[in-house]
Design a protein. Sequence first.
Length: 254
Amino acid sequence: MLVIPVLDLLDGQAVRAMRGERARYRPIESPLCATSEPLAVARALLAATGARTLYIADLGAILKRGDHARLLAELLNGLGEAPVEIWLDAGYTDFPSMRTLFDRIEAIRPGPQRPGRATLVPVFGTETLLNTDALREAKAAGFAPVLSLDHRAGCLITDLADPVATRPDTSWWPSRVIVMTLDHVGSYQGPDLDTFAAIRSQAGHRELIGAGGIRHAADLSAAAESGAAAWLVASAIHDRQLDRQLDLPSTAKP
């Protein structure tokens, strides 16, 4: 099972998530990095895990307080020559809103396209998504969209008007689905394996990625045994709880 590090952006800083209670989020303080500057934190997370995928939540966009397009362009250019995928949840309501932001980021991003540059992958979260056709439209446009089924206390968070979103029919789900439990994020109370199991029973052949609650290596093992292909992790990486599981030296630095 892969560990995918998470970077949460708010007011131009990398912040530490706490149970989805965004009013409590503060700039990250981490032994991995001496600053909360997002590019430095992103580099530290990738170096600490060896991951080539980074999940970013643009909380400014999700909260409708302004996106981080310029900062995201800097991140895409600043993550080195090795290929990196950035999975970006920026509160899209539909495909046009996603495409508009991606086009803005590319317009800001200087320099010619070249092999090894970081690439963007759209993550559509049910917390903000209003149109399930967005996943199909994104795929048709050449993207490889990811769906995030956002939960709190085991219940799906959604304002989707289309009733297909809550029916057993999962035909609108893409090939990769995140099972996100917001009240477990940054909580150190363990992964929500019950919700994960419920989604797994509906997911068929799809690749499932869990999110939230990982405290230590035993939690990673339990998540892997549940059938997860990957798990999104932040706090346990910053707090150096996974160094042995990831086979990293205790002095890992960005």
